[in-house]
Design a protein around this ligand. Structure first.
Ligand code: 5GP
Length: 201
C-alpha cells in the first residue's frame, strides 16, 4: 500500500515519520529527488537525491516521477523506482510529500492511505517555527503563508492528526498504518487460503 503524509513545515512531520519508520516493520521510505541544496548534516542518497534543475527537467521529460511539484522555488519528486522496489519487496511505500504531490498520488492510486498532520493552531505553528530558529524572519512569514494555503487540502486526506503531543500523535500514526494493513481488501491474497480451510474442511 502507498502511504502519503503531508503537513505544513514546522508541524512535526519529520519527527513523526521517523518514529513511524522506527516502529513499523515492512515500510519503505521513498528518498525524493530535489533541486534544493543539502541543509546541515543531510546526506545525498539518504535524505534526498540532490540534482540540478536541468537533470530534474530531463527526468520529468522521461516520465521517471510518480509525482513531482515545485515547493518553495525548488523541484521535489518521487521516483517511480521506489514504488516498484517497495512492491517487489512486499513493503508499504511511505511518501513524505507536499499537498500538490499528495493530490497527484491520490489521483493515480485511489487506494492510497493519506494522512495530513497539522499543528494545533497557526499561533502554535509560528511558535514552533521560531523555536527552530534556523530560519530568517522572512522565511518564517513565507512558511506561515504557505501553511494557510496547505491546510485547505486537509479535507482531501483520509486522516488528520492534530499534533499537540508528539508521543500521542506517533501512536495515532502507527495505529492508522496497522489498521489499514488489516483491511479485508488489502489482505485478499493472504486470506484466501485461510478462509479456504473453513470453506473446504
Ligand atoms: P524540505 O525542503 O523542508 O525538506 O521539504 C519541503 C517540502 O517538500 C516538504 O513539505 C516535503 O514534504 C516536500 N517534499 C519532499 N519530497 C517531496 C517529493 O518527492 N514530492 C513532493 N511533491 N514534495 C516533496
Amino acid at each position: 500500500m502507498v502511504i502519503i503524509i503531508s503537513a505544513p513545515s514546522g508541524s512535526g512531520k519529520s519527527t513523526l515519520v521517523n518514529e513511524l519508520i522506527r516502529q513499523s516493520p515492512r515500510l519503505a521510505f521513498s528518498v525524493s529527488y530535489t533541486t534544493r541544496a543539502p541543509r546541515g548534516a543531510e546526506v545525498d542518497g539518504q535524505h534526498y537525491h540532490y540534482i540540478s534543475r536541468a537533470e530534474f527537467e530531463q527526468r520529468i521529460a522521461l516520465g521517471e516521477f510518480l509525482e513531482y511539484a515545485e515547493v518553495f522555488g525548488n523541484y521535489y519528486g518521487t521516483h517511480q523506482r521506489y514504488a516498484q522496489k517497495a512492491e517487489t519487496e512486499g513493503c508499504d511505500l511511505l511518501l513524505d510529500i507536499d499537498v500538490q504531490g499528495g493530490m497527484q498520488v491520490m489521483a493515480k492510486r485511489p487506494d492510497a492511505v493519506s494522512i495530513f498532520i497539522v499543528a494545533p493552531s497557526r499561533e502554535v505553528l509560528e511558535q514552533r517555527l521560531r523555536k527552530r530558529s534556523e530560519d530568517a524572519e522572512e522565511v518564517i512569514q513565507r512558511r506561515l503563508q504557505e501553511a494557510s494555503a496547505e491546510v485547505r487540502y486537509a479535507e482531501r486526506y483520509g486522516y488528520t492528526i492534530v499534533n499537540d503531543n508528539i508521543a500521542e500523535s506517533a501512536q495515532n500514526l502507527i495505529a492508522i498504518v496497522r489498521a489499514e494493513r488489516v483491511r479485508y481488501s488489502r489482505q485478499q491474497q493472504t486470506l484466501a487460503p485461510i478462509l479456504a480451510t473453513y470453506l473446504n474442511p
